[in-house]
Design a protein around this ligand. Structure first.
Ligand code: 9WN
Length: 462
Protein backbone atom coordinates (compact mmCIF):
# COMPACT_ATOMS: atom_id res chain seq x y z
CA UNK A 1 0.00 0.00 0.00
CA UNK A 2 1.20 3.53 -0.66
CA UNK A 3 0.95 6.23 1.97
CA UNK A 4 -0.91 8.67 -0.27
CA UNK A 5 -4.62 8.64 0.43
CA UNK A 6 -7.60 10.87 0.69
CA UNK A 7 -8.76 11.19 4.29
CA UNK A 8 -12.07 12.69 5.10
CA UNK A 9 -11.82 12.72 8.87
CA UNK A 10 -8.35 14.07 9.57
CA UNK A 11 -5.21 12.27 8.49
CA UNK A 12 -4.25 10.52 11.71
CA UNK A 13 -7.77 9.45 12.58
CA UNK A 14 -8.34 8.32 9.01
CA UNK A 15 -5.21 6.17 8.93
CA UNK A 16 -6.05 4.50 12.24
CA UNK A 17 -9.67 3.86 11.27
CA UNK A 18 -8.69 2.45 7.89
CA UNK A 19 -6.09 0.17 9.48
CA UNK A 20 -8.63 -1.10 11.99
CA UNK A 21 -11.27 -1.60 9.27
CA UNK A 22 -8.80 -3.55 7.13
CA UNK A 23 -7.88 -5.66 10.15
CA UNK A 24 -11.53 -6.45 10.91
CA UNK A 25 -12.30 -7.31 7.32
CA UNK A 26 -9.26 -9.55 6.89
CA UNK A 27 -9.80 -11.22 10.30
CA UNK A 28 -13.27 -12.24 9.16
CA UNK A 29 -11.85 -14.27 6.29
CA UNK A 30 -12.57 -18.01 6.38
CA UNK A 31 -9.79 -20.48 7.15
CA UNK A 32 -8.97 -20.96 3.46
CA UNK A 33 -8.87 -17.16 2.96
CA UNK A 34 -11.30 -17.38 0.06
CA UNK A 35 -14.51 -15.88 1.48
CA UNK A 36 -15.43 -13.38 4.16
CA UNK A 37 -17.79 -14.25 7.00
CA UNK A 38 -20.47 -11.58 7.24
CA UNK A 39 -19.48 -11.32 10.90
CA UNK A 40 -17.29 -13.42 13.19
CA UNK A 41 -19.97 -15.19 15.26
CA UNK A 42 -23.49 -14.20 14.32
CA UNK A 43 -23.00 -14.88 10.60
CA UNK A 44 -20.01 -17.23 10.16
CA UNK A 45 -20.66 -17.85 6.43
CA UNK A 46 -20.63 -15.89 3.20
CA UNK A 47 -23.78 -13.90 2.38
CA UNK A 48 -24.55 -12.80 -1.14
CA UNK A 49 -24.92 -9.03 -1.01
CA UNK A 50 -22.44 -8.83 1.86
CA UNK A 51 -19.87 -10.49 -0.44
CA UNK A 52 -20.41 -7.75 -3.03
CA UNK A 53 -20.00 -4.96 -0.46
CA UNK A 54 -17.03 -6.76 1.04
CA UNK A 55 -15.35 -7.15 -2.34
CA UNK A 56 -15.60 -3.37 -2.68
CA UNK A 57 -13.98 -2.89 0.74
CA UNK A 58 -11.28 -5.44 0.00
CA UNK A 59 -10.52 -3.80 -3.34
CA UNK A 60 -9.09 -0.79 -1.46
CA UNK A 61 -6.46 -2.93 0.23
CA UNK A 62 -6.08 -6.21 -1.69
CA UNK A 63 -7.57 -6.38 -5.17
CA UNK A 64 -6.70 -10.07 -5.83
CA UNK A 65 -8.49 -11.07 -2.61
CA UNK A 66 -11.48 -8.95 -3.66
CA UNK A 67 -11.70 -10.95 -6.90
CA UNK A 68 -11.49 -14.22 -4.95
CA UNK A 69 -14.39 -13.07 -2.75
CA UNK A 70 -16.72 -12.91 -5.73
CA UNK A 71 -15.36 -16.11 -7.26
CA UNK A 72 -16.18 -17.96 -4.04
CA UNK A 73 -19.70 -16.62 -4.03
CA UNK A 74 -20.30 -17.53 -7.66
CA UNK A 75 -19.02 -21.06 -7.00
CA UNK A 76 -22.38 -21.43 -5.26
CA UNK A 77 -24.41 -20.19 -8.23
CA UNK A 78 -27.36 -22.41 -9.13
CA UNK A 79 -27.95 -23.88 -12.60
CA UNK A 80 -30.96 -21.59 -12.87
CA UNK A 81 -28.55 -18.64 -12.58
CA UNK A 82 -29.67 -17.75 -9.06
CA UNK A 83 -26.92 -16.61 -6.71
CA UNK A 84 -27.96 -18.00 -3.30
CA UNK A 85 -28.20 -15.72 -0.32
CA UNK A 86 -25.76 -17.84 1.71
CA UNK A 87 -22.78 -19.94 0.66
CA UNK A 88 -22.00 -22.07 3.70
CA UNK A 89 -18.53 -22.79 4.99
CA UNK A 90 -18.77 -26.51 5.91
CA UNK A 91 -16.12 -26.05 8.59
CA UNK A 92 -17.97 -23.21 10.32
CA UNK A 93 -21.44 -24.42 11.36
CA UNK A 94 -23.29 -22.36 13.93
CA UNK A 95 -26.05 -20.70 11.92
CA UNK A 96 -29.76 -21.42 11.96
CA UNK A 97 -31.10 -22.42 9.44
CA UNK A 98 -27.99 -24.32 8.34
CA UNK A 99 -27.43 -26.34 5.15
CA UNK A 100 -29.27 -29.44 6.43
CA UNK A 101 -32.40 -27.46 6.99
CA UNK A 102 -32.23 -25.90 3.52
CA UNK A 103 -31.51 -29.35 1.97
CA UNK A 104 -31.04 -27.73 -1.42
CA UNK A 105 -29.33 -30.60 -3.24
CA UNK A 106 -32.01 -33.01 -2.02
CA UNK A 107 -34.95 -31.01 -3.37
CA UNK A 108 -33.62 -29.17 -6.41
CA UNK A 109 -31.72 -30.34 -9.50
CA UNK A 110 -30.55 -26.72 -9.89
CA UNK A 111 -28.51 -26.64 -6.68
CA UNK A 112 -24.75 -26.59 -7.32
CA UNK A 113 -22.75 -29.78 -6.84
CA UNK A 114 -20.35 -29.84 -3.93
CA UNK A 115 -21.20 -26.39 -2.53
CA UNK A 116 -23.63 -25.93 0.36
CA UNK A 117 -26.00 -23.01 -0.09
CA UNK A 118 -29.37 -21.60 0.89
CA UNK A 119 -32.23 -21.71 -1.63
CA UNK A 120 -33.26 -18.04 -1.88
CA UNK A 121 -31.44 -14.91 -3.06
CA UNK A 122 -30.60 -11.30 -2.12
CA UNK A 123 -30.26 -8.02 -4.05
CA UNK A 124 -27.75 -8.17 -6.96
CA UNK A 125 -25.04 -5.74 -5.87
CA UNK A 126 -22.40 -7.91 -7.59
CA UNK A 127 -22.09 -6.21 -10.99
CA UNK A 128 -21.83 -2.87 -9.16
CA UNK A 129 -18.95 -4.38 -7.20
CA UNK A 130 -17.25 -5.71 -10.33
CA UNK A 131 -17.41 -2.25 -11.93
CA UNK A 132 -15.83 -0.83 -8.77
CA UNK A 133 -13.05 -3.43 -8.85
CA UNK A 134 -12.39 -2.48 -12.43
CA UNK A 135 -11.94 1.18 -11.42
CA UNK A 136 -9.39 0.07 -8.84
CA UNK A 137 -7.57 -2.09 -11.38
CA UNK A 138 -7.36 0.80 -13.84
CA UNK A 139 -5.76 2.98 -11.17
CA UNK A 140 -3.24 0.27 -10.24
CA UNK A 141 -1.51 0.03 -13.61
CA UNK A 142 -1.12 -2.46 -16.47
CA UNK A 143 -0.54 -5.71 -14.56
CA UNK A 144 -3.61 -5.50 -12.34
CA UNK A 145 -5.54 -4.17 -15.30
CA UNK A 146 -4.81 -7.26 -17.38
CA UNK A 147 -5.42 -9.67 -14.51
CA UNK A 148 -8.71 -8.03 -13.67
CA UNK A 149 -9.85 -7.95 -17.26
CA UNK A 150 -9.16 -11.67 -17.65
CA UNK A 151 -11.09 -12.25 -14.44
CA UNK A 152 -14.06 -10.13 -15.50
CA UNK A 153 -14.21 -11.97 -18.82
CA UNK A 154 -14.57 -15.27 -16.95
CA UNK A 155 -17.15 -13.92 -14.51
CA UNK A 156 -19.24 -12.09 -17.10
CA UNK A 157 -21.38 -15.06 -18.28
CA UNK A 158 -22.17 -15.88 -14.66
CA UNK A 159 -23.27 -12.32 -13.94
CA UNK A 160 -25.37 -12.39 -17.08
CA UNK A 161 -27.02 -15.67 -16.04
CA UNK A 162 -27.76 -14.21 -12.60
CA UNK A 163 -29.36 -11.09 -14.04
CA UNK A 164 -31.29 -13.13 -16.62
CA UNK A 165 -32.64 -15.32 -13.81
CA UNK A 166 -33.97 -12.21 -12.07
CA UNK A 167 -35.46 -10.79 -15.26
CA UNK A 168 -37.05 -14.05 -16.37
CA UNK A 169 -38.06 -15.71 -13.13
CA UNK A 170 -38.46 -12.89 -10.63
CA UNK A 171 -39.87 -9.96 -12.60
CA UNK A 172 -43.54 -9.67 -11.66
CA UNK A 173 -45.53 -9.33 -14.88
CA UNK A 174 -48.05 -6.68 -13.89
CA UNK A 175 -45.98 -4.39 -11.65
CA UNK A 176 -42.51 -4.96 -13.15
CA UNK A 177 -41.12 -5.26 -9.60
CA UNK A 178 -38.76 -8.03 -8.54
CA UNK A 179 -40.83 -10.58 -6.65
CA UNK A 180 -39.54 -11.94 -3.36
CA UNK A 181 -40.83 -14.91 -1.36
CA UNK A 182 -39.10 -14.18 1.93
CA UNK A 183 -38.17 -10.99 3.80
CA UNK A 184 -34.61 -12.35 3.87
CA UNK A 185 -34.51 -11.91 0.10
CA UNK A 186 -34.89 -8.16 0.55
CA UNK A 187 -31.90 -8.12 2.92
CA UNK A 188 -34.00 -5.92 5.25
CA UNK A 189 -35.55 -8.87 7.05
CA UNK A 190 -37.89 -7.50 9.74
CA UNK A 191 -38.31 -4.04 8.25
CA UNK A 192 -41.84 -2.70 8.72
CA UNK A 193 -41.95 -2.73 4.91
CA UNK A 194 -43.02 -6.34 5.31
CA UNK A 195 -45.33 -6.16 8.34
CA UNK A 196 -48.52 -6.51 6.29
CA UNK A 197 -47.39 -9.45 4.14
CA UNK A 198 -45.90 -11.16 7.20
CA UNK A 199 -49.13 -10.70 9.15
CA UNK A 200 -50.79 -13.03 6.63
CA UNK A 201 -48.24 -15.83 6.96
CA UNK A 202 -49.84 -18.74 8.81
CA UNK A 203 -47.16 -20.98 10.30
CA UNK A 204 -47.98 -24.64 9.65
CA UNK A 205 -48.33 -27.15 12.52
CA UNK A 206 -45.62 -29.23 10.92
CA UNK A 207 -42.87 -26.59 11.25
CA UNK A 208 -39.88 -28.71 12.32
CA UNK A 209 -38.46 -27.60 15.70
CA UNK A 210 -35.42 -25.34 15.87
CA UNK A 211 -33.39 -23.52 18.49
CA UNK A 212 -32.35 -19.93 17.92
CA UNK A 213 -28.76 -19.04 18.50
CA UNK A 214 -28.70 -15.45 17.25
CA UNK A 215 -30.35 -13.86 20.31
CA UNK A 216 -27.52 -15.08 22.53
CA UNK A 217 -24.91 -13.41 20.33
CA UNK A 218 -26.08 -9.80 20.67
CA UNK A 219 -26.12 -7.49 23.71
CA UNK A 220 -29.94 -7.58 24.02
CA UNK A 221 -32.19 -10.19 22.35
CA UNK A 222 -34.60 -7.35 21.48
CA UNK A 223 -32.07 -6.13 18.92
CA UNK A 224 -32.97 -9.20 16.85
CA UNK A 225 -36.31 -10.20 15.28
CA UNK A 226 -38.92 -11.72 17.63
CA UNK A 227 -39.62 -15.46 18.06
CA UNK A 228 -42.87 -14.95 16.20
CA UNK A 229 -40.91 -13.44 13.30
CA UNK A 230 -38.53 -16.38 13.38
CA UNK A 231 -41.33 -18.94 13.19
CA UNK A 232 -42.50 -17.20 10.06
CA UNK A 233 -38.98 -17.02 8.60
CA UNK A 234 -38.46 -20.74 9.15
CA UNK A 235 -41.91 -21.54 7.85
CA UNK A 236 -41.23 -19.66 4.61
CA UNK A 237 -38.06 -21.72 4.21
CA UNK A 238 -40.23 -24.88 4.51
CA UNK A 239 -42.64 -23.56 1.90
CA UNK A 240 -39.83 -22.76 -0.53
CA UNK A 241 -38.16 -26.12 0.11
CA UNK A 242 -41.42 -28.00 -0.51
CA UNK A 243 -41.63 -26.25 -3.89
CA UNK A 244 -38.05 -27.36 -4.65
CA UNK A 245 -36.97 -23.68 -4.58
CA UNK A 246 -38.62 -23.41 -7.99
CA UNK A 247 -40.34 -20.04 -8.38
CA UNK A 248 -42.99 -21.34 -10.81
CA UNK A 249 -44.03 -24.01 -8.29
CA UNK A 250 -43.72 -21.71 -5.30
CA UNK A 251 -45.73 -18.76 -6.65
CA UNK A 252 -49.20 -20.35 -6.43
CA UNK A 253 -48.67 -21.64 -2.88
CA UNK A 254 -46.43 -18.99 -1.31
CA UNK A 255 -47.89 -17.21 1.70
CA UNK A 256 -45.43 -14.30 1.30
CA UNK A 257 -45.09 -12.61 -2.10
CA UNK A 258 -43.92 -9.02 -2.30
CA UNK A 259 -42.74 -6.68 -5.06
CA UNK A 260 -39.51 -5.24 -3.64
CA UNK A 261 -38.80 -1.72 -4.86
CA UNK A 262 -35.27 -1.47 -3.42
CA UNK A 263 -34.28 -4.82 -4.93
CA UNK A 264 -35.66 -3.59 -8.27
CA UNK A 265 -33.67 -0.34 -7.95
CA UNK A 266 -30.46 -2.22 -7.18
CA UNK A 267 -31.18 -4.44 -10.19
CA UNK A 268 -31.52 -1.33 -12.38
CA UNK A 269 -28.20 0.03 -11.19
CA UNK A 270 -26.53 -3.39 -11.51
CA UNK A 271 -27.83 -3.88 -15.08
CA UNK A 272 -26.37 -0.47 -15.94
CA UNK A 273 -23.01 -1.54 -14.46
CA UNK A 274 -23.18 -4.81 -16.37
CA UNK A 275 -23.86 -2.90 -19.59
CA UNK A 276 -20.69 -0.88 -19.05
CA UNK A 277 -18.79 -4.11 -18.41
CA UNK A 278 -20.24 -5.56 -21.64
CA UNK A 279 -19.00 -2.48 -23.51
CA UNK A 280 -15.51 -2.84 -22.07
CA UNK A 281 -15.40 -6.53 -22.99
CA UNK A 282 -16.84 -5.93 -26.45
CA UNK A 283 -19.77 -8.24 -25.63
CA UNK A 284 -23.00 -7.72 -27.57
CA UNK A 285 -25.52 -7.51 -24.67
CA UNK A 286 -24.99 -3.87 -23.64
CA UNK A 287 -28.06 -2.45 -25.42
CA UNK A 288 -30.37 -5.15 -24.01
CA UNK A 289 -29.01 -4.58 -20.51
CA UNK A 290 -29.50 -0.81 -20.80
CA UNK A 291 -33.05 -1.35 -22.02
CA UNK A 292 -33.76 -3.60 -19.06
CA UNK A 293 -32.22 -1.09 -16.63
CA UNK A 294 -34.50 1.61 -18.08
CA UNK A 295 -37.48 -0.69 -17.62
CA UNK A 296 -36.57 -1.28 -13.96
CA UNK A 297 -36.07 2.46 -13.40
CA UNK A 298 -39.49 3.13 -14.93
CA UNK A 299 -41.00 0.56 -12.56
CA UNK A 300 -39.38 2.22 -9.54
CA UNK A 301 -40.66 5.64 -10.63
CA UNK A 302 -44.21 4.31 -10.90
CA UNK A 303 -43.98 3.29 -7.22
CA UNK A 304 -43.24 6.85 -6.02
CA UNK A 305 -45.61 8.83 -3.86
CA UNK A 306 -46.34 12.06 -5.77
CA UNK A 307 -46.01 14.18 -2.64
CA UNK A 308 -42.95 12.83 -0.84
CA UNK A 309 -41.25 11.14 -3.76
CA UNK A 310 -40.66 8.06 -1.59
CA UNK A 311 -41.12 4.72 -3.35
CA UNK A 312 -43.39 1.95 -2.04
CA UNK A 313 -43.36 -1.85 -2.19
CA UNK A 314 -46.37 -3.94 -3.19
CA UNK A 315 -47.99 -6.93 -1.49
CA UNK A 316 -48.36 -9.15 -4.54
CA UNK A 317 -50.92 -11.42 -2.88
CA UNK A 318 -53.39 -8.56 -2.57
CA UNK A 319 -52.07 -5.82 -4.86
CA UNK A 320 -51.87 -3.46 -1.87
CA UNK A 321 -49.24 -0.67 -1.74
CA UNK A 322 -46.90 -0.94 1.27
CA UNK A 323 -46.15 2.66 2.13
CA UNK A 324 -44.29 2.50 5.47
CA UNK A 325 -41.58 5.16 5.76
CA UNK A 326 -38.44 3.05 5.48
CA UNK A 327 -35.09 3.66 3.90
CA UNK A 328 -36.23 1.59 0.90
CA UNK A 329 -38.31 4.63 -0.07
CA UNK A 330 -35.12 6.17 -1.43
CA UNK A 331 -34.98 3.46 -4.10
CA UNK A 332 -35.24 6.00 -6.98
CA UNK A 333 -31.87 7.47 -5.91
CA UNK A 334 -30.36 3.99 -5.95
CA UNK A 335 -31.90 3.13 -9.32
CA UNK A 336 -30.53 6.36 -10.82
CA UNK A 337 -31.80 8.58 -13.60
CA UNK A 338 -34.76 10.04 -11.67
CA UNK A 339 -36.10 13.33 -13.12
CA UNK A 340 -34.35 16.29 -11.40
CA UNK A 341 -37.46 17.50 -9.52
CA UNK A 342 -37.95 14.05 -7.97
CA UNK A 343 -34.25 13.70 -7.19
CA UNK A 344 -34.22 17.08 -5.44
CA UNK A 345 -37.35 16.18 -3.51
CA UNK A 346 -35.78 12.93 -2.33
CA UNK A 347 -32.50 14.55 -1.32
CA UNK A 348 -34.46 17.18 0.57
CA UNK A 349 -36.40 14.41 2.35
CA UNK A 350 -33.26 12.41 3.06
CA UNK A 351 -31.52 15.34 4.76
CA UNK A 352 -34.73 16.71 6.28
CA UNK A 353 -36.30 16.26 9.73
CA UNK A 354 -38.09 12.98 8.96
CA UNK A 355 -34.74 11.34 8.18
CA UNK A 356 -31.09 12.43 8.59
CA UNK A 357 -32.13 15.86 9.90
CA UNK A 358 -34.24 14.54 12.78
CA UNK A 359 -33.36 16.64 15.86
CA UNK A 360 -32.78 13.67 18.19
CA UNK A 361 -30.20 11.91 16.05
CA UNK A 362 -26.71 11.33 17.40
CA UNK A 363 -25.32 11.71 13.87
CA UNK A 364 -27.17 13.16 10.86
CA UNK A 365 -27.66 9.79 9.17
CA UNK A 366 -30.84 8.20 7.82
CA UNK A 367 -32.29 5.53 10.14
CA UNK A 368 -33.65 2.33 8.56
CA UNK A 369 -37.18 3.49 9.49
CA UNK A 370 -38.18 7.12 9.96
CA UNK A 371 -38.55 8.10 13.64
CA UNK A 372 -41.90 9.57 12.57
CA UNK A 373 -43.25 6.17 11.57
CA UNK A 374 -45.43 4.40 14.18
CA UNK A 375 -43.39 1.26 13.41
CA UNK A 376 -40.09 2.93 14.42
CA UNK A 377 -38.13 1.05 17.08
CA UNK A 378 -34.69 2.55 17.68
CA UNK A 379 -32.83 -0.64 18.61
CA UNK A 380 -34.64 -3.37 16.74
CA UNK A 381 -32.68 -4.46 13.70
CA UNK A 382 -34.25 -3.02 10.50
CA UNK A 383 -37.03 -1.20 12.36
CA UNK A 384 -35.08 1.95 13.28
CA UNK A 385 -31.31 1.62 13.72
CA UNK A 386 -28.88 3.24 11.29
CA UNK A 387 -27.18 0.66 9.06
CA UNK A 388 -23.80 1.98 7.83
CA UNK A 389 -23.94 -0.21 4.74
CA UNK A 390 -27.19 1.50 3.73
CA UNK A 391 -25.61 4.91 4.28
CA UNK A 392 -22.76 3.76 2.06
CA UNK A 393 -25.14 2.61 -0.69
CA UNK A 394 -26.83 6.00 -0.61
CA UNK A 395 -23.51 7.87 -0.80
CA UNK A 396 -22.57 5.80 -3.86
CA UNK A 397 -25.89 6.63 -5.49
CA UNK A 398 -25.79 10.33 -4.58
CA UNK A 399 -22.29 10.73 -5.96
CA UNK A 400 -23.27 8.96 -9.17
CA UNK A 401 -26.33 11.24 -9.52
CA UNK A 402 -24.19 14.36 -9.07
CA UNK A 403 -25.56 15.13 -5.59
CA UNK A 404 -22.05 15.65 -4.28
CA UNK A 405 -22.83 17.91 -1.33
CA UNK A 406 -25.37 15.44 0.08
CA UNK A 407 -22.97 12.53 -0.52
CA UNK A 408 -20.15 14.33 1.27
CA UNK A 409 -22.41 15.17 4.22
CA UNK A 410 -23.47 11.56 4.70
CA UNK A 411 -19.92 10.31 4.21
CA UNK A 412 -18.54 12.63 6.89
CA UNK A 413 -21.31 11.70 9.35
CA UNK A 414 -20.95 8.01 8.45
CA UNK A 415 -17.23 8.13 9.27
CA UNK A 416 -17.93 9.93 12.55
CA UNK A 417 -20.34 7.17 13.48
CA UNK A 418 -17.70 4.52 12.83
CA UNK A 419 -15.02 6.40 14.76
CA UNK A 420 -15.34 4.15 17.84
CA UNK A 421 -13.89 1.29 15.77
CA UNK A 422 -16.54 -1.28 16.73
CA UNK A 423 -17.83 -1.54 13.13
CA UNK A 424 -21.23 -2.60 14.37
CA UNK A 425 -23.91 -4.07 12.17
CA UNK A 426 -26.27 -1.20 13.10
CA UNK A 427 -26.45 1.72 15.55
CA UNK A 428 -29.10 3.20 17.81
CA UNK A 429 -29.83 6.43 15.93
CA UNK A 430 -30.44 8.48 19.09
CA UNK A 431 -27.76 7.27 21.52
CA UNK A 432 -25.26 6.18 18.87
CA UNK A 433 -24.70 2.85 20.66
CA UNK A 434 -23.44 -0.02 18.52
CA UNK A 435 -26.02 -2.82 18.12
CA UNK A 436 -26.27 -6.29 16.59
CA UNK A 437 -22.99 -7.90 15.66
CA UNK A 438 -19.72 -6.08 16.22
CA UNK A 439 -16.91 -6.36 13.67
CA UNK A 440 -19.46 -6.69 10.87
CA UNK A 441 -17.53 -7.08 7.61
CA UNK A 442 -19.63 -4.81 5.42
CA UNK A 443 -19.43 -2.00 7.97
CA UNK A 444 -15.63 -2.21 7.81
CA UNK A 445 -15.90 -2.25 4.00
CA UNK A 446 -17.98 0.92 4.02
CA UNK A 447 -15.33 2.65 6.14
CA UNK A 448 -12.55 1.47 3.83
CA UNK A 449 -14.31 2.62 0.71
CA UNK A 450 -15.14 6.01 2.21
CA UNK A 451 -11.59 6.50 3.46
CA UNK A 452 -9.47 5.00 0.73
CA UNK A 453 -11.29 4.63 -2.53
CA UNK A 454 -10.53 7.23 -5.06
CA UNK A 455 -9.92 5.89 -8.52
CA UNK A 456 -7.51 8.79 -9.12
CA UNK A 457 -5.34 7.97 -6.13
CA UNK A 458 -3.49 4.64 -6.22
CA UNK A 459 -3.80 2.92 -2.85
CA UNK A 460 -1.94 -0.32 -3.52
CA UNK A 461 1.56 -0.90 -4.74
CA UNK A 462 1.67 -3.06 -7.87
C1 9WN B 1 -30.61 -13.55 7.25
C2 9WN B 1 -25.57 -11.05 6.83
C3 9WN B 1 -27.07 -10.85 6.72
C4 9WN B 1 -27.41 -9.66 5.80
C5 9WN B 1 -28.88 -9.27 5.90
C6 9WN B 1 -29.25 -9.06 7.36
C7 9WN B 1 -28.94 -10.33 8.17
C8 9WN B 1 -29.67 -12.73 8.13
C9 9WN B 1 -30.01 -12.96 9.60
O1 9WN B 1 -27.57 -10.65 8.04
O2 9WN B 1 -29.79 -11.36 7.72
O3 9WN B 1 -30.21 -13.50 5.92
O4 9WN B 1 -29.76 -14.09 10.07
O5 9WN B 1 -30.50 -12.07 10.26
O6 9WN B 1 -30.57 -8.70 7.48
O7 9WN B 1 -29.12 -8.12 5.14
O8 9WN B 1 -27.11 -9.99 4.47
O9 9WN B 1 -24.95 -9.85 7.20
Amino acid sequence: MTAQRRHRCGKEVGVRLAARAAYVLRSNSNSADTATKASPELYPHQWSWDAAFNAIGLASVDLPRARTELDSLFAGQWLSGMVPHIVFDPSAGGYIPGPDRWACARVSPDAPAGVLTSGICQPPVHAIAVARLWEHAEALGPDERVRTLVWIRALYPKLLAWHDYLAQQRRHRETGLIEIFHGWESGTDNSPRWDIPYSRVQVGDDLPPYVRRDTGLVAEPSQRPTDEDYDRYLWLVEEAKRAGYDTARLRPTASFRAGDVLFTAIFASADESLARIADDLGEPQAAVLRGRAAQSRGTVLRCCDPETGLAADVDLRTGEWLRTETIAGFAPLVAGGAPPHLRHRLVEQLLGPRWAGHPRLRWPLPPSTSPFSPAFDRRSYWRGPVWPVMTWLLTLALRREGEIAAAEKLTAAGLDQLGDGTFAEYYDPFSGEPCGSLCQSWTASAALDWLLADPDVPVQAE
